[in-house]
Ligand binder design. Structure first.
Ligand SMILES: Cc1cc2nc3c(=O)[nH]c(=O)nc-3n(C[C@H](O)[C@H](O)[C@H](O)COP(=O)(O)OP(=O)(O)OC[C@H]3O[C@@H](n4cnc5c(N)ncnc54)[C@H](O)[C@@H]3O)c2cc1C
Length: 373
C-alpha cells in the first residue's frame, strides 16, 4: 500500500456486469487504476433478459456520451442485458486505466484497514492486493461476507420469474407485433403477473419486426421446483434455472396456461421460447443492507441492495451507488479510503434500505393477492 499521491489508487471491482463496469469506468475517470474480476470466462452474446435504462443517469454516472443500445419507448428506454453489458465492456476495455480479467472467480475478500491493504482471493488460489475493493458481484454476492459477515445472504422473496427474449422475426407473419413506442404491458391472471415490452434485436436493431420481445412472468408457485433443483437452501437462493432445464411437466403447464390466457403476441412468443428451451427462471431475492462498507471494501448494485423489478430501478439504484462512490472517493489518498467509504455508506444506506423495503411491501401485496386466486 502506498500513500504517494502520484501513485494511482489500485482498485479491484468484483463483477463485470452493469454496475461493476459502470463503477470501473467512473473510477478510472477520476484516476484510479482498476481491475475488474469477472467469473464468466466470455461475454454472453445471447442470453439474459431485458431491462429499462435511464440513459441520462447512465451518461452522468459513467461519463460516456455515446448513445447506449436502447429502444426508445414512450414509458421507458429498454434494452437487453447482454447488449448493454457488451457496450459497457467495450468502453471499459478501451480505457487505459481498466483491465477486465474474465474467468476470475473471487472466493474471498479481506477488508484491510487504514494502514492495511485489502486482499482478494481467487478460486484459482491467487491473492491480489488492493487499496480499494468494490463488490459489484450481484444479489448472491461473495464480497458481502467481508462487509457484513453476520448478515451476508439474500433471501428468497417467494416468486420465481420466468424470462425470455424472443426475436420478432421468428414469429409467424400473421401475428401482430407491438407498435413502435407502445408502452410496457402488465397483465394479471390467476396467481400470475406478466410484464412485456420490446427491446432491441440481437445486434441492437430497433425497427418493428427486427426487435426482441421481452417477457417476465411472475410465478409464486415454484418453491418446490427450486428445492428439487437444489437451488434453494432454506431461504437462501443458490442459483437460477438455466435455459433448457425446465422439467417437462412444468414446461407443459406454462405452455397450456400461456396459450389459454396471455394476450397475443406474447402467448405466441412464449410458445416459441418454451418449445425452443429459451425460457429461464430467476428466483427473486431480497437483500436489505445494514452496512455498505467495511475497511477498504464497499458494495454496489444488487450486491448492496437486492429488490424485485416490481418496484423498478434496480440498475438505477446501482447507478446512484456509482455516482455516490465517485463523489466520495475522488481525490482520496489511499490512507483516506476507509473514511471515504464511510461517507459513501452515509450517502446511500438509507435510500438502499427504502428501496428494498418498498420491494418487500410490493411483493407481500402481490403474494397476498396471488394466494386468493
Ligand atoms: C426481470 C428483471 C427486470 C429488471 N428491470 C429493470 C429495469 O427496468 N430497470 C432497472 O433499473 N433495473 C431493472 N432490473 C434490475 C437490474 O437488472 C439489476 O439491478 C442489475 O442488473 C444489477 O446489476 P449488477 O451489476 O449489480 O449485478 P449482476 O448483473 O447480477 O452482476 C453481477 C456480476 O458479478 C459476477 N460475479 C458474481 N459472483 C462473482 C465472483 N465471486 N467472482 C467474480 N465475479 C462474480 C457475475 O458473473 C455477474 O457478471 C431488473 C431485474 C430483473 C430480474
Amino acid at each position: 500500500m502506498t500513500d504517494n499521491p502520484s501513485e494511482p489508487v489500485r482498485c479491484i471491482v468484483v463483477g463485470g456486469s452493469l454496475v461493476g463496469l459502470s463503477a470501473a469506468i467512473a473510477l478510472s475517470r477520476v484516476g484510479f487504476d482498476v481491475t475488474v474480476t469477472e467469473r464468466s470466462p466470455a461475454p454472453v452474446t445471447e442470453s439474459g433478459g431485458g431491462l429499462g435504462v435511464d440513459v441520462a443517469l447512465l451518461a452522468d454516472a459513467t461519463g460516456i456520451t455515446a448513445d447506449p443500445p436502447v429502444l426508445h419507448g414512450t414509458d421507458r428506454d429498454g434494452t437487453a442485458w447482454h447488449l448493454l453489458q457488451g457496450w459497457l465492456e467495450d468502453h471499459a476495455t478501451r480505457l487505459s486505466g481498466i483491465r477486465v480479467r474474465r474467468g476470475t472467480e473471487v472466493s474471498g475478500v479481506q477488508p484491510g484497514g487504514q494502514a492495511l491493504s485489502a486482499t482478494v482471493s481467487t478460486a484459482r488460489g491467487d491473492i491480489l492486493e488492493a487499496d480499494l475493493v468494490i463488490g459489484a458481484d450481484g444479489a448472491r454476492s461473495t464480497v458481502r461476507r467481508a462487509v457484513d459477515p453476520e448478515h451476508p445472504d439474500a433471501h428468497y422473496a417467494g416468486v420465481l420469474l420466468w424470462r425470455a427474449l424472443v426475436d420478432e422475426d421468428d414469429l409467424s407473419r400473421g401475428v401482430a407485433l407491438p407498435r413502435a413506442g407502445e408502452p410496457a404491458r402488465e397483465v394479471y391472471a390467476g396467481p400470475y403477473r406478466l410484464v412485456t415490452y420490446p427491446v432491441p434485436g440481437p445486434a441492437g436493431e430497433t425497427a418493428v419486426g427486427s426487435r426482441r420481445l421481452n417477457l417476465v412472468w411472475y410465478d409464486p408457485q415454484q418453491r418446490q421446483l427450486l428445492l428439487q433443483a437444489g437451488l434453494l437452501d432454506g431461504e437462501i437462493v443458490r442459483g437460477s434455472l438455466a435455459p433448457g432445464t425446465l422439467p417437462d411437466p412444468v414446461r407443459q403447464r406454462l405452455a397450456d396456461f400461456a396459450a389459454a390466457t396471455w394476450p397475443s403476441p406474447w402467448r405466441e412468443a412464449l410458445r416459441l421460447a418454451l418449445d425452443g428451451g429459451m425460457v429461464f427462471g430467476t428466483p427473486l431475492v431480497h437483500y436489505k443492507p445494514a452496512r455498505l462498507a467495511m475497511g477498504r471494501v464497499a458494495l454496489a448494485g444488487d450486491a448492496a441492495h437486492a429488490a424485485s423489478p416490481m418496484v423498478g430501478g434496480g440498475f438505477r439504484q446501482g447507478l446512484y451507488d456509482v455516482l455516490a462512490l465517485t463523489q466520495a472517493l475522488a481525490g482520496a489518498a489511499t490512507g483516506e479510503l476507509p473514511a471515504r467509504l464511510t461517507s459513501y455508506q452515509e450517502a446511500r444506506l438509507a435510500a438502499a434500505i427504502r428501496h428494498v423495503t418498498r420491494s418487500e411491501q410490493a411483493t407481500a401485496a402481490y403474494l397476498a393477492h396471488a394466494a386468493h386466486r
